[in-house]
Design a protein around this ligand. Structure first.
Ligand SMILES: *Cc1c(COP(=O)(O)O)cnc(C)c1O
Length: 440
């Protein structure tokens, strides 16, 4: 596989852009080697500047549920572009997208559009603080909520009450109000809630975690969070930037049956354009300016081009009710290929992760497996995920890439299945998985 032009571009990029990339994971730091530079994409395929073709299971980290450059989405975007790129004034499209989001997730009675998932979660947390008049929040180690100051905290292994920022440049003061609990561990949450009685504005969670590899909530865990937050007047925020419109049209609420107070969306809701959203009950969202006193704004918020991509994507998902059944079934086929090779796999809908050389038989890290057979769903939290063999993962990654299949260049990401991944392509991928994992 010739990658000469990508290498030249990467060298040039590194002189001009930190690490040569505009988002860190793209640099292939966790797997070694250099990234390929994309020229274009269509359906399930990415084409690089050297003329190589890759079957894409990253799907732009989630948005591409319909595959790349879906004709209807592209047409809608082109039409929107012809009408002007940005106005900074209200448009009918914004109302339509809000209606569609509400139709999919009825709990979201009011919604505000923003431009990135980071902004959505940051704003939802601000609403929770404004609404409750409290300052602290609880998040879970290994859950990613964007790169805003107060959320860039994972607090390492185990339960810590003193949070440490993951990034330089984040004042310790910001991180102090972020408490970190252990995913799937009720006791860790109960303790933080008790120690900070009456001070916790919100518990924010990825209802199905997908940024430490895929880690589904164990049975009863979200229900427990719902109960304990309600008891203490704390809001429950579902960060659905990945799970929204992915696990089901109604996202995690439909998938798990648990209702949150506030939801954040990104990735799919923008149909491939920079658009995200946060919303919830009318009462809570009435805190947001200009109705209320929580300030949040954006020059390009509700951008008409991005909105057109979001509307069209949601409409396609709503029209074709079998989409979710299809992509889930295909993801299960991939999961089975990994399992045949003895790997621990977590799958939720069309999201899955194979955990390399994770030994499910080692003593659990303070928590039982979240159900299923022990091998199947044994990675229950961030500490578990960290026990995987990242070198083995890197070997698998490069074996797949050599065969023309692009999976996320990190053990801690999901494999995303789109509706453009046909049964034939899935079968071929299963064969390539067997080859790529053999001998690792
Ligand atoms: C991607 C992601 C974000 C951040 O979204 P950006 O658009 O990258 O800012 C927030 N939360 C979750 C769960 C995500 O996966």
């Amino acid at each position: 596989m010739d990658t000469n032009r990508s290498e030249i571009l990467f060298d040039k990029a590194k002189k001009l852009i930190p690490g040569g990339v505009n988002s860190p994971v793209r640099a292939f730091g966790a797997v070694g080697g250099h990234p390929f530079f994309v020229e274009r994409a269509k359906g399930p395929w990415l084409y690089d500047v050297d003329g190589n073709r890759y079957l894409d299971y990253v799907c732009s980290w989630g948005p591409g549920i319909l595959g790349h450059a879906h004709p209807r989405v592209v047409e809608a975007v082109q039409k929107a572009c012809n009408g002007g790129l940005t106005f900074g004034a209200p448009t009918a499209g914004e109302v339509e997208l809000a209606e569609l989001i509400h139709a999919c997730v009825p709990d979201v009675e009011m919604v505000r559009l923003v431009s990135s998932g980071t902004e959505a979660v940051m704003s939802a947390v601000r609403v929770a603080r404004g609404f409750t008049g409290r300052e602290k929040i609880i998040k879970f180690a290994g859950n990613y909520h964007g790169h805003s100051d107060g959320l860039l905290v994972k607090a390492g292994s185990g339960l810590l009450t003193q949070s440490v920022p993951d990034s330089a440049g984040v004042p310790a003061g910001y991180a102090e109000s972020t408490l970190t609990a252990v995913y799937n561990n009720e006791e860790s949450v109960r303790r933080l809630m008790e120690e900070n009685m009456g001070q916790v504005a919100a518990v924010v969670i990825e209802p199905v975690a997908a940024n430490m590899g895929v880690v589904p909530p164990k049975k009863g865990f979200l229900e427990f969070l719902r109960r304990i937050t309600k008891e203490q007047g704390t809001l429950l925020i579902f960060d659905e930037v990945i799970t929204g419109f992915r696990l089901a049209l109604g996202g995690a609420t439909e998938y798990t049956g648990v209702h949150a107070d506030l939801h954040t969306f990104g990735k799919i809701v923008g149909g491939g354009m920079p658009l995200a959203a946060y919303g919830g009950s009318r009462e809570m969202m009435s805190c947001v300016a200009p109705l209320g006193e929580v300030y949040q704004a954006g020059t390009l918020s509700g951008n008409p081009v991005a909105v057109s991509a979001g509307i069209t994507t949601l409409k396609i998902l709503m029209e074709d009710r079998e989409i979710y059944e299809r992509i889930d079934r295909r993801a299960e086929k991939l999961a089975q290929a990994f399992r045949k090779k003895g790997l621990a796999v977590n799958r939720a809908g069309s999201l899955l992760s194979a955990f390399f050389k994770f030994d499910a038989m080692l003593p659990a890290t303070g928590n039982p497996a979240p159900g299923g057979t022990e091998k199947e769903r044994a990675v229950a939290n961030y500490e578990d995920a960290c026990r995987c063999d990242r070198e083995a993962f890197a070997n698998y990654f490069h074996n797949m890439l050599k065969r023309g299949i692009y999976v996320a260049p990190s053990q801690f990401e999901a494999l995303f299945v789109s509706d453009a991944h046909s049964d034939e392509l899935i079968d071929w991928t299963c064969e390539m998985i067997m080859e790529s994992v053999a001998g690792i």
